[in-house]
Design a protein around this ligand. Structure first.
Ligand code: F6R
Length: 592
């Protein structure tokens, strides 16, 4: 949700170009407009270049300079216009601000500032920050003015302030991510390390209520609560530059789907020691709550089914629906908070609340150094590598594999139970199946469905969450209206929707539910549905069939979901959508 990038002491005095390149890597965080502000080498004010639209092939003619800040926007307050794009300036163009989050009290602040003579040109909440710093500068030095401004902002925010006079940049965070990158001379600030991985992998993730002050010769971290500078330790990021590039694929989405051959097996085999620690808690009577939003919620639901199948009692809730259930959380709960970004407000807030009630929080997270990781008592990194496409694919399956591995390790340590070998079978079959032939089968089906408006997806047991995730991929990537139902639900009302030619996807496996799911499919067929089976066994009911390898039925979700990911991809491309950046979506949703 909005991407922030800044460079201080750009080696070649090409700060605007460096920021533009960094923003291009962050476009997945917001892509309705973008903008850059620079302290030019000559002149007497900050210069700004901002535009509506995607930054992909944009150029900027801002002048040379060594300090610049920039932003890709996902609009919250104010429409998508050049004026509302960040950075925002104070009245005298001496202060520029970029911002990720929502200033909940911006209206009150704006009224006060207008009374004091400030004039506003945008409809955004962000512009108040620039004017508030300007107002405070009348009586305070720059650092004090920025820190005091930040303390007045209500909500989850990260801000970066560029000061013309000193050429310093000050950034503060509370709730929205911000990471500092260090190279010997240059300093980078970004919402995400992927933006500056081509420059450095030495980083410091700002904690909530911390600020960084960067000027020509210093980079200092300030604790906004203790009101003092603190010593800090840099970390080294193990992601590589190649991880953040398309590597010959036309889109990140396709690259990331194909990477699942590697990321699923890795996720099953990682974290064994930490998982043991988690399991000790579960064995000693802690009840798991599985928590997430969007795809991460479907992952939670899928894990809930699998936990049950291995005799582990668990609860599941979408992060945004937590409140009514909070009383069931206690110091005997273990909360598995699932998130690719680790920054989703709807997941972070309930995780924090659960922690206050004494629960242990386990972060099942992909992005390292995230807020969720810092909040959690234990982290199980899912290790899928940077997921650049806005639509979650490899992170979803890696999260699920991590949770399956927890359940397997739990099951295997119980007396009189055997080893679960199903992941070995899945891993080896996945490697051969996820290939060009599968891509071409799915592509051909996508071509046939290009002009369809609606599709329905049914699944049973482990393949019910698979159906939900399958349908979400179609909706997000191709904008086709796709709805998932538990197969059993069909005859209780939903069947009214099936007409002649309606595409109906049937998620199958080789388990005991096959017969029942086929009978649901035959009810759809009887109403004229166009039946597309996904699974290991062809049924005469199927008009089309996308074959998946025969694995333990509880593991078929991994394969069936990949089919949905690929189908969403090809439908999206075919219907003219941008599969990496679907309309209206942001990669990490840091607002409630
Ligand atoms: C789906 C998708 C979203 C996210 C959701 C949670 O493709 O990308 O539904 O899964 O916004 O995001 P994280 O996992 O970052 O908490």
């Amino acid at each position: 949700m909005c991407g922030i990038f800044a460079v201080i002491e750009d080696k070649q005095n090409q700060a605007a170009q460096t920021v533009l390149a960094g923003l291009k890597k962050l476009e997945y965080r917001g892509y309705d407009s973008w903008g850059i502000a620079i302290k030019p080498m000559g002149g007497s004010t900050i210069q700004v270049d901002k535009h509506v639209g995607k930054i992909g092939i944009a150029t900027t003619s801002l002048p040379d300079g060594s300090v610049a800040i920039g932003h890709t926007r996902w609009a919250t307050h104010g429409g998508v216009t050049d004026t509302n794009a960040h950075p925002h300036l104070d009245c005298k163009k001496q202060i520029a601000v970029i911002h990720n989050g929502i200033v909940e009290n911006y209206h009150e602040l704006k009224i006060e500032l207008i009374k004091k003579g400030h004039s506003f040109i945008s409809e955004t909440d962000t512009e108040v920050i620039a004017h508030l710093v300007e107002e405070k500068r009348k009586t305070m030095d720059l650092e004090e003015a920025v820190f005091s401004t930040f303390r007045e902002l209500v909500g989850s925010n990260a801000i970066v302030v560029l000061d013309y006079q000193t050429g310093s940049v000050i950034a503060c965070r509370n709730g929205s991510p911000l990471v500092v990158g260090f190279s010997p001379k240059e300093t980078f600030l970004a919402s995400d390390t992927t933006a500056f991985l081509n420059k450095t992998n030495s980083v410091y993730y700002l904690n909530d209520n911390e600020a960084v002050v960067v000027s020509k010769n210093e980079r200092r971290i300030f604790d906004l609560i203790k009101q003092s500078y603190i010593s800090f330790k840099k970390q080294t990021v193990d992601w590589t530059l190649e991880d953040t590039e398309k590597g010959g694929f036309p889109h990140f989405l396709l690259k990331e789907i194909m990477e699942e051959k590697k990321t699923i097996p890795q996720a099953f085999d990682s974290n064994k020691k930490t998982v043991e620690h988690v399991i000790k808690k579960m064995v000693s009577g802690y009840t798991p709550l599985l928590l997430g939003c969007g795809s991460a919620y479907y992952c939670a639901l899928a894990a809930h089914y699998y936990f049950a199948q291995l005799g582990i009692d668990s609860k599941v809730v979408g992060g945004y629906e937590y409140l009514p259930f909070e009383k069931s959380i206690s110091n005997k709960s273990i909360v598995f908070a699932i998130s690719q970004s680790g920054e989703t407000a709807d997941t972070l807030i309930p995780a924090k609340e659960a922690k206050k009630r004494g629960a242990i929080v386990v972060a099942i997270v992909n992005s390292r150094g995230s807020s969720l990781e810092r909040l959690a008592d234990v982290t199980l990194p899912v290790g899928a590598g940077p997921e650049i496409s806005v639509v979650s694919t490899k992170a979803f399956t890696a999260q699920l594999a991590t949770l399956y591995a927890v359940a397997n390790q739990y099951y295997e340590r119980k007396p009189h139970t055997g080893l679960i070998r199903s992941s070995t079978q899945l891993k080896s079959k996945l490697k051969h199946w996820l290939n060009a032939s599968l891509m071409s089968t799915v592509l051909n089906i996508a071509k046939r469905l290009l002009s369809e408006e609606h599709a329905y997806v049914i699944g049973k047991y482990n393949n019910y969450p698979a159906a939900l995730e399958f349908a979400l991929k179609l909706k997000e990537t191709s904008y086709m209206h796709a709805e998932a139902f538990a197969a059993g639900e069909l005859k209780h009302g939903v069947i009214t929707l099936i007409q002649k030619g309606t595409p109906c996807f049937i998620m199958t496996d080789s388990g005991p539910s096959y017969g029942e799911i086929c009978s649901s499919a035959s009810q759809m067929k009887a109403r004229g549905g166009y039946i597309i089976g996904v699974g290991p066994t062809r049924s005469p009911l199927f008009d089309e069939w996308i074959q998946t390898p025969d694995v333990d039925p509880r593991y078929s979700i991994f394969l069936n979901v990949i089919v949905g990911q690929l189908l969403g991809y090809y439908l999206g491309v075919g219907r003219g959508a941008d599969p990496d950046k679907p309309r209206n979506l942001a990669k990490s949703v840091t607002v409630k």
